[in-house]
Ligand binder design. Structure first.
Ligand SMILES: Nc1nc2c(ncn2[C@@H]2O[C@H](COP(=O)(O)OP(=O)(O)OP(=O)(O)O)[C@@H](O)[C@H]2O)c(=O)[nH]1
Ligand SMILES: [Mg+2]
Length: 665
């Protein structure tokens, strides 16, 4: 088996997370293929307008680029990096992520895959903390990161390069303070000073690893984090990155259980409201340290069970979500292909829980998004087909009424079509007026959720947070800011309702005047973004609530916190706006499609009359043609139903058939 040209060790110890993720990826590829088939077919039958095309592209992009992020969070030395090695990298036959006694990983490290970039490790210097940009903004400036090329065919080089995430620097106390690693208010949390009075701080702020590991290629993103204190004040990690992960694995030592500092991390990063709990897994790691020659296996098991029950109770989780394992023994077992040891390590149980919890959920969400999108598409396309059929039926009636009639009658018919065409042209003025109001309303919506409005809001927040005594008014300040952010969404929702009712009236009129079958699609419900905002608000309050509120006294900390919030809300608003835009486009595209079809139909009617005027046999010939077109449309209609069903029912390919470790392309 190969990754690129690198020969992997035997894959007989294949893991269930790998398999499940492979299945998820296979489903997405199959779906993309079927979607392509549908869009080619629609295109060749002229059922593809701009809005339909955009919607298809959007769906395809959504499924193709769907990322699943799994974050590993814990106090230092609990075995996060070792566990990542054991679950994802055992096939390299060695440790890939540095894992060693004491503090090892010094900066948050994200592993993912971007086809546009060669395999590399990118490191953001810690000094960037002295500048105001958020992490999300730094991501958009890859040239500012230190870059190390990775040779994915050489596990030793790979592991060597990744050692950089453990690098540290020694800086003066003042510099440590400026970087967020020294706090005069909480001296007990400060790192020790060395003989020269220097403080050790991480060399890097964030690391991004890009390489074509099969799982990463399929959209998995792994986030490894450093233990307490090594993160320093990086609010973005707490308020953005970790809350957005699809699953968070929290690791404890089986020997120690839940310690005070474990609890501090749990409180800062992992407490969420009840519905978020299902995406939290707690790992009781290093059970091998309890394996002991003087105790019977039953006694050892009883100890593990006890630790498990106590930990679950302290953290307020159901017992099934606490999984005892040995990451290190699991890694060794996979590398040496030792099945008995792998079983004893219990690693497969954890992989199972991860796979079912995360991927099952993810696929459900994707499938339902796809189902909604495809149903809408089908309705749109069916509307066009329906109108074509109506036009044909009317034309058929018109032509049949001409049977056996003289040239005078035919000429009158010709004049009547010209008259109808003229009346139809007058609808343009009305439509134009409605369009311009529509555009204006849409611009208002874009202003409300736009960059400048958000900037102003964030400035206000920044100023309020830095007022002395904010500790007591914190809740109120956040509540007010978020209330205004939410109001913005509400206003846009009302604008959409206004557009909906205006277009609704116009469409009804056009339907009555010209026999159209226009219907304004239901406007998207922005409530889910309101819920997201609530979640963001809770993340911020939670973060500040666990002691970080004192840091608001430092201007740069507050700046970073507010920037992190701005980045997050920006993304949220942009998604909301793109839904609004797509909705508005599909309404206008529907109108455009019917106008276009109608113009074509006029053209066909005029051409038919001209042919009949020129040749006696023209009439029957034309009636025959219409009959054939009607039959075609029936076929198109049923094929449309068949193809959309085919797209929606894309099955997840059987795992055994997925060449997981080979190149998926
Ligand atoms: N005995 C035993 N040791 C383990 C196990 N898992 C990890 N270790 C060891 O514990 C030490 C710390 O592991 P890491 O993976 O570096 O821990 P971490 O949580 O990533 O720590 P930081 O990077 O410092 O935050 C290493 O020496 C590992 O080999 C295990 O299951 N059993
Ligand atoms: Mg580590």
């Amino acid at each position: 088996m190969k990754v690129g040209s690198f020969t992997l060790i035997k894959d007989s110890v294949r893991t269930s997370f790998n398999q499940q993720f492979g299945q998820h990826g296979a489903w997405r590829r199959e779906f993309a293929l079927r979607l392509k088939l549908l869009s080619d077919w629609m295109d060749s039958h002229e059922l593809m307008d701009a809005a339909v095309q955009e919607r298809l592209a959007h769906l395809e992009e959504q499924v193709r680029s769907d990322k699943v992020m799994v974050a590993f969070v814990a106090e230092f030395s609990r075995g996060k990096s070792e566990l990542i090695n054991a679950i994802f990298f055992a096939q390299y036959g060695r440790r890939i992520m540095p894992a060693s006694a004491g503090r090892t990983t010094m900066c948050p490290t994200e592993l993912g895959y971007d086809a546009q970039v060669d395999p590399c490790l990118r490191l953001l210097p810690i000094e960037t903390r002295l500048q105001p940009q958020s992490l999300m903004e730094w991501r958009l400036a890859p040239e500012q990161w230190m870059r190390v090329d990775l040779d994915v065919n050489n596990p030793a080089q790979l592991a060597k390069a990744l050692e950089k995430v453990a690098e540290v620097r020694r800086v003066s106390q003042d510099e440590a303070r400026a970087l967020g690693f020294w706090h005069d208010e909480t001296p007990e949390d400060n790192p020790p000073l060395d003989a020269k009075g220097l403080v050790e701080v991480p060399k890097w702020r964030h690391a991004l690893i890009n390489f074509a590991h099969p799982l990463l290629k399929q959209g998995l993103v792994i986030l490894d984090t450093p233990g307490l204190n090594a993160i320093g004040a990086e609010p973005e990690l707490t308020v953005n990155l970790i809350p957005q992960a699809h699953a968070v694995v929290f690791i404890l030592g089986a020997d120690t259980g839940v310690t005070k500092s474990d609890l501090a991390i749990w409180r800062e990063h992992l407490i969420t409201e009840a519905d978020g709990i299902s995406s939290r897994l707690v790992v009781l790691n290093k059970i091998d340290t309890l394996w002991d020659a003087l105790s019977t296996p039953e006694q050892v098991q009883a100890q593990i069970d006890r630790q498990r029950a106590t930990s679950a109770e302290i953290l307020g989780l159901p017992l099934e979500q606490v999984i005892p394992i040995s990451a290190q023994r699991g890694l060794v077992a996979k590398v040496t292909n030792d099945k008995a040891l792998l079983r004893a390590s219990c690693l497969p149980a954890l992989e199972d829980a991860l796979a079912h919890g995360v991927l099952g959920q993810r696929q459900k969400i994707l499938r339902s998004a796809v189902a909604v999108g495809i149903t809408d598409l089908r309705t749109e396309a069916a509307r066009v087909v329906h109108m074509r059929r109506r036009d044909l039926a009317e034309q058929m009636l018109e032509l049949k009424s001409l049977r056996g009639k003289n040239a005078g009658v035919i000429q009158r018919m010709r004049l009547r079509i010209d008259q109808e065409l003229k009346e139809f042209g007058q609808s343009n003025i009305r439509i134009h007026a409605v369009r311009s109001v529509h555009m204006k309303l849409l611009r208002d919506a874009f202003d409300i959720l736009g960059v400048s409005a958000l900037k102003a809001e964030m400035l206000t927040l920044n100023t309020s947070l830095r007022q002395p005594g904010i500790k007591f008014g914190l809740k109120k300040t956040y509540a007010e800011t978020f209330a205004r952010l939410t109001t913005g969404l509400g206003q846009v929702q009302s604008i959409m309702a206004e557009i909906h009712s205006m277009l609704g009236a116009t469409f009804r009129q056009l339907n009555a005047d010209y026999g159209f079958s226009l219907q304004v699609p239901a406007e998207p419900d922005l409530a889910k973004y309101e819920r997201d905002l609530e979640q963001v608000q809770r993340n911020h309050q939670q973060y500040l609530g666990v002691g970080n509120v004192l840091r608001l006294a430092q201007a740069d900390f507050t700046e970073r916190l507010v920037r992190a919030l701005a980045s997050r809300v920006r993304v949220l608003y942009e998604s909301a706006l793109s839904e609004v835009e797509l909705w508005s486009k599909s309404a206008t595209a529907q109108l455009d499609a019917q106008l276009r079809e109608r113009r074509k139909s006029f053209g066909r009617r005029i051409a038919a009359i001209e042919r009949i005027q020129q040749a006696a046999g023209g009439l029957d010939e034309r009636i025959g043609e219409i009959e054939a077109s009607e039959a075609d449309l029936l076929r198109i209609e049923s094929k449309l139903g068949e193809l959309t069903l085919y797209v929606m029912n894309a099955p997840a390919t059987d795992t055994t058939a997925v060449p997981l470790l080979s190149d998926p392309e």
